[in-house]
Design a protein around this ligand. Structure first.
Ligand SMILES: Cc1cc2nc3c(=O)[nH]c(=O)nc-3n(C[C@H](O)[C@H](O)[C@H](O)COP(=O)(O)OP(=O)(O)OC[C@H]3O[C@@H](n4cnc5c(N)ncnc54)[C@H](O)[C@@H]3O)c2cc1C
Length: 425
């Protein structure tokens, strides 16, 4: 790690690796520093026994911006699209989910009149021009669109499904609607998990000369005489010409110390993360074999059998499923209660699942995205762009219009291109 690097990237997650691959193409000396022992960040997959567990349910937008960027980097995506069909559950009552033509035709959740209106709402959703949407919350957008409480409930469910956001009164309609439009074009469950994306990015980066150091934390960043000095957890120091941070805004503030303005600090400290509770489960078999997808109607619960679409176990018949609770920023977190709630929700859909359990993993509060996209974020992100020459940002909170992997991958490409352009100038 000695000497001065052209670029140091803090964080070896999706954003860090995408940026590194673009930078490596130019021959700039590039180093990734990752504080964890394993690379991948939140796109990591853990192999438990013979099963591949992503960190909670992970689905890649098949027609979003991330897939073409990954393909441009030569990443092969193996997997399948799950069908948007299954159950909606209200307490003990089950309905067919009206998310595909058969569901619309057969569901008892909507009256005939509401079914016709629902189809019109779906068409409207598909054709909405995001650029022309006024500044409003997702809740306001829904209320303008329909008076039907049932259709409003369906839009809230789809909004949670597409973005993990469970605060319709806070989130920006344009971001949620844009992601809803993407989700309606399908998603991909990836064979053997998202680690396969990270591993391919890692191998390509290494082959192009990128150096990767794991288990080392960047504690402090200082800019002295046009270069960055980084203090590391190993007590070593590093220097570089360009620095790309892919950490959370809070971690970035810690690393920069006094080097950011009050306005930037105010914005960063007010950012809320999107959080959820996840129960990842491997079963020998499903007690009710044809139940692959379900959502609660009024409560924010999700269930999906990911192994129905993707290969997620070395054993052909093993089931890998994810149960999830979308958390509101004001929710009080009680890990024990959340675990009980998720297990009970699964029991409703798959009674007796515990008897078929191979393994399970519970995560009470996992950060899905570092920024809940709120109205006005776009301007604040612009204004609080760090005006430290040579310092660039990427990650799922950095892009104003997109979140999740979409935000992480597109902001990483953009940051790498900005660095390359600056260097060439
Ligand atoms: C439960 C769950 C479900 C999700 N589902 C989806 C989905 O269905 N679709 C979708 O598109 N996205 C989904 N996501 C989001 C997606 O996983 C993330 O948006 C993406 O992985 C973020 O990548 P990143 O590189 O921006 O951040 P991260 O993956 O968080 O990477 C940042 C890295 O920086 C490292 N780091 C931080 N500080 C330091 C430091 N000081 N020094 C060195 N290293 C440091 C961290 O250890 C980390 O590895 C989900 C996430 C979760 C948790």
């Amino acid at each position: 790690m000695e000497g001065t690097w052209d670029v140091v990237i803090v964080g070896g997650g999706l954003a860090g690796y995408v940026a590194a691959n673009y930078l490596a193409r130019t021959g700039m000396s590039t180093l990734i520093i990752e504080k964890d022992k394993k690379v991948g960040g939140r796109a990591r997959t853990d192999k438990i026994n013979h099963e591949f567990f992503n960190l909670g349910p992970h689905a890649l937008y098949a027609k979003g911006n991330a897939v073409p960027i990954l393909q441009e980097l030569g990443i092969k995506l193996y997997g399948k699209s799950p069908k948007l069909q299954g159950l909606l559950i209200n307490d003990q009552v089950e309905y067919a989910a009206p998310f595909n033509p058969l569901g619309v035709f057969t569901t008892d959740f909507l009256s005939w009149k509401e079914r016709t209106e629902w189809l019109k709402v779906l068409l409207k959703l598909k054709s909405t021009d995001i650029e022309k949407l006024p500044e409003q919350t997702f809740q306001q957008w829904i209320q303008q669109l329909t008076n039907s409480k049932n259709i409003q409930a369906l839009l809230l469910i789809l909004g949670r499904l597409a973005t993990y956001c469970h605060a319709p009164e806070k989130v920006s309609a344009s971001v949620i609607v844009a992601h809803l439009q993407m989700v309606m074009k399908g998603v991909l469950y990836i064979d053997k998990g998202w680690q396969t994306i990270i591993d391919q990015l890692h191998n390509k980066a290494v082959c192009s000369g990128v150096q990767i150091q794991t288990g080392i934390k960047v504690n402090e960043i200082k800019r002295v005489d046009n270069i960055f000095r980084l203090s590391l957890s190993t007590k070593e120091e590093l220097t570089c010409k360009y620095l790309l941070s892919t950490t959370s805004p809070q971690e970035l503030m810690k690393m920069l110390g006094e080097n950011i303005t009050q306005m930037q600090m105010d914005f960063f400290t007010k950012l809320l993360p999107i959080k959820g509770a996840a129960l990842d489960v491997a079963l020998r078999q499903l007690p009710k074999p044809n139940r692959f997808f379900a959502m609660e109607i009024t409560e924010p619960f999700y269930y999906s059998v990911h192994s129905n679409a993707a290969i997620l176990s070395e054993n052909k018949n093993t089931i890998v499923l994810h149960v999830f609770k979308y958390l509101h920023p004001n929710d009080n977190i009680d890990g024990k209660e959340l675990k009980y709630e998720l297990e009970q929700f699964l029991e409703k859909i798959q009674p007796g699942w515990q008897e078929n359990k191979i393994s399970s993993r519970f995560m009470p509060t996992i950060t899905v995205n570092q920024r809940l996209p709120q109205i006005g974020d776009e301007k604040k992100l612009q204004r609080s762009k760090l005006e430290i020459s040579g310092l660039y940002l990427a990650g799922d909170w950095v892009s104003s219009h997109s979140i999740l992997a979409e935000g992480a991958v597109s902001s990483a490409k953009q940051a790498a291109e900005e660095i390359i352009e600056k260097e060439q100038r």
